[in-house]
Design a protein around this ligand. Sequence first.
Ligand code: SAH
Length: 271
Amino acid sequence: MQLPALDMPVFQPGWVWLAGAGPGDPGLLTLHAVNALNQADVVIYDALVGEAILRCARPNAILEYAGKRGGKPSPKQRDISLRLVELAQAGKRVLRLKGGDPFVFGRGAEEALALHESGIPFRIIPGISAGIGGLAYAGIPLTHRDTNSCVTFLTGHNASGEVPDSLDWAAMVRASPVLVIYMAMKHLDLLVAKLRHAGLSGDRPAALVQDATLPQMRVLTSTLGRICADAQAAGIAPPALLVVGEVVDLHAAFGRSDLQATLNSSCQAAS
Ligand code: SAH
C-alpha cells in the first residue's frame, strides 16, 4: 500500500512489531501499522482484526490467527508469546497485530515482557483504542467541559474472566462522571448491579456500542436502569463497549450528523 513520502522505519528480520490495528475501520490504521503490514513476513492477528485490514498485508505474507474461533478454546497466552519468539528467532519479520491499542486491555504488555525476557528486539506501534475512536464514531464524546473533566476506562473481565473484584467501585463512581467499560457483555447484569450498588442511579444515561467504526455498528442509548433489558431486546452482542455518563446524551446531537453508518444502524432503546 502506498504511503506518503515519509521516512518510515525498515522492518528488520528477527524483530517483532507489536501493533494496534484500531477499532475496525481500516481507515483508522496508523501509517506505522500500514508500514508494518507492507513489510511483515508473518502477521499474527487477533479476532478483532478484520479481513479488510488483513488485505493490507503484503501479498506473500503468512497470516496466522491467534484468537478464539468457533467456540474452540483460544490459544494460551504463553503459546502466542512463544510463537512470536520462535518466529523472530527464525529470522522472520513478525507483526503481532491486535485490535485497538495493544496496551489497552489487549495483553500487549504480557507479550512485550515475554519478548524482552527472550532478548527479542521489538517495537510498539500504538493504535486507536475502541473506547476512544470507537465512541467518537458512535457520536459519543468522551469529554465535554460542561459534564466531565475525567474519564475512567475499565474492563468487565479480569484474567480469570470474572468482573474485577479488586476495584473500589464506590470510589470509582464517585470520582469519575464517565465510565467506559470494555468487554462489557459477558457480565452486563453484574456490572450494572455493581454500578448501581456503588451509588449510580437508574436514570444515569448509558449506552452500548457494538462493532464500533464498522458498517454494522450499532448504538443503543438507554439508562443504567434499563440497559440490560434494552440490550437483550435489541440483541446487542460482543464486541461492545458500555458507556455510562451524561456524555451519552450528546449522541442525540452527534450520532446523526456524520457520514458513517451511525444513522442507519443506530437502534433506539426498546421501551
Ligand atoms: N486493545 C483493544 C481492546 C481489547 S479488549 C482496544 O484498545 O480497543 C476487547 C474489547 O474491546 C471488546 O470486548 C470490546 O469491549 C472492545 N472493542 C474492541 N473493538 C471494538 C469495536 N469495534 N466495537 C466495540 N467494542 C470494541
